[in-house]
Every structure is written in C-alpha cells, then in structure tokens.
Write a protein that binds this ligand. Sequence first.
Ligand SMILES: C=C(C(=O)O)c1ccccc1
Length: 370
Amino acid sequence: MTTLFDPIHAGDLHLANRIAMAPLTRNRSPQAVPRAITATYYAQRASAGLLITEGTAITAQGQGYSDVPGLYGSEQLDGWKKVTRAVHERGGKIVTQLWHVGRVSHSLLQPGRAAPVAPSAVQAHAKTYLVDPATGQGEFVHTCMPRALAVEELPDIVHTYAAAARNAVQSAGFDGVEIHGANGYLLDQFLKDGANRRSDDYGGSIPRRVRLMLEVTRAVADAIGGGRVGLRLSPVTPANDIHDSHPQPLFEHLARQLAPLSLAYIHVIEGATGGPREVEGSPFDYAAFKAAYRDAGGRGAWMVNNGYGRDLALQAVASGHADMVAFGRAYISNPDLVERLRRNAPLNDWDRSTFYGGGEQGYIDYPTLD
Ligand SMILES: C=C(C(=O)O)c1ccccc1
C-alpha cells in the first residue's frame, strides 16, 4: 500500500516523498527581492517531497501585498537563485508559485498608482497588507475598485506568465512552477461568475470563463514543459470574496480541458482556504472532480490541501483519494515536518503574530527534533 513517505514521479518532478510545503505568503521580501533569510527558511524545510514557494508576482501589476517577492527583475531572480541553490544543496526540490492578484490589490501598490485590474469592475470585499516604508509598520487595508481588463491586454498577461516560468527555471534555478489559479486571484476571478461579468470571449459561459486559465497553463507548459508545471485550484473557497454559482460543472469542465496538458500535478484546496473543509451552502464532490480529470486522460499527481493532519493525510494517500498532501501552517513551525510525521512526533505550535512581515522570529527560529 502506498504511503505518504513513498517517492513519487509527478510529471518530470521526481520527489522523495508525497509531502509538499504549501505556498505561504510571509511578506519578508522588501522591494520584492528574496533575502538571505528566505534561502535559510526554504533550505530548513528541504526534506519536503516538494517545496512550493509563497506566491511570487509575475509583474508589478500582479503585486497585491507589500514585501511579497517577484520574478520580473534581475535582483529578484538573483535572490531566488540563492534560495534554489540552498534547497538543492540539501537535496530538496522546489517550484515557485506564479501569482497575479488581479483585483486583490491596492492602488498604492500598483504602477503609477493605477487601479488594480480584473475581469470586471467588481470590487472584492477583501483586505490586502500594506507596509508603510517610513515606519516599516504593516496593516491590512481594504482592496480598491478594479478596472476591467481590455481583451487586447490579455495576450500580454499570458506571455508574462510564460516569461516568468522561463525565468523561474532558466534563470532562478527552480525545478518548475505552480500556477496560482486559486483563492480569488486573477485566474480564479476569470473562472468564477461572482467576479467575471464579461460578455466577450472570456466571460459568460463556462468554456469562456476557463479560457484565460487554459491559455496561461498551455503557454507555461509550452515554455518549460508540462511535466514541470502544477496548477493550484480552490473550487469553493470564499477567500478574497470569490464565488461561483455552479462550481461542480465549472471545475469538471476545467478538469477535462487540463487533462491533455501533461501537467506535473493538480493542487486542490478542499473547502475554505485555511478554514473549514466544508463550506456551508457550497457542496463540492472532489472525487468527481478528480474522476473527470482522470477519465479525460489526466495523469498529473493529485495534491490535496487544507486542514490535513497526520491521520487524514495518511488515509488520503492510502485510499487513493490523493497522491500528495500539502501542509501549510504546520510547515511554518515545523521545518522537519516530514520526520515528525514519520515518527508521529509532536508538532511545534505556530505563532500567528509572526506570519506576515518581520524578520527571523517566527521564520527561521523554529526548533527541529534533533
Ligand atoms: C497568496 C495567498 C493565498 O493564496 O491566499 C495569501 C496572500 C496573503 C495572505 C495569505 C495568503
């Protein structure tokens, strides 16, 4: 019987075990440049089968929070090179999460203080994190009203995802990328009818609402090979005020379209991100979603996330519900999570007050077992 601790080939990613570190925003990259402590942070956690970095902006327009890293400048890529080198020196595997926040942003973070962009001018009742450069103090503030992207702007966004993927692998040394298609950010906004009110080829019907995500995924797979590409999805999360009226047919259609792309993995957030695994009023059949992908020929690893403890994770892999399990907050406070799960050892508690912003405290100072 397959266990969480068995190796797996996820596309071209040959992984030592089936435990992934989920993407975790930590707001510790001033000017979008990863610092030396970020190399230490990921290297400490290199025993994971796969490290997925925090969301990394593909452009300044895609930036939605203070002090998150980027992949669009030479200093940023140099910073990431130190991270991937440190992880590889410890035998780890690491992909970076390509992120465009869309409407979950603030004009103070946008080039030229412009309005954030989105499929439609529909404001998210959500907050973003701004750091006052004068004081270094951070606070959560309401996101701004976005402007609708013109259809003529979309090809450039697709090309920018592909360019960021090439930068990630060819310049920064990542083993691959994960496309952030979840949690109410740009690609998820285009998917879902709560945010996408367009009447052109990118809005209205399900095939039209999945179009941008498919174009981006195809372009990234063409750029670096589908076997190095993962995609993160969140069918029913309410994160960042996102919603769709009929998620089951939407995601089963998307699954069938993704199947031929030979992706390394599909990463599914079950329930509300960082919250309950069941979302009241939003039932979702994850087994049917996975079956739609497999029945259409999809062979990428199936990675699940959200609220998994040791027993549920062991059961998910043993039962075939999932091929991999991604752990988020547990990885913040347990660099040696794989060993702790293997030994069924106690886990360190995390300190929520040091999740976002700051320095070494709550970042690289959690203890290991030995
Ligand atoms: C990238 C994030 C996501 O996917 O929800 C994020 C951003 C800010 C805080 C927490 C998480």
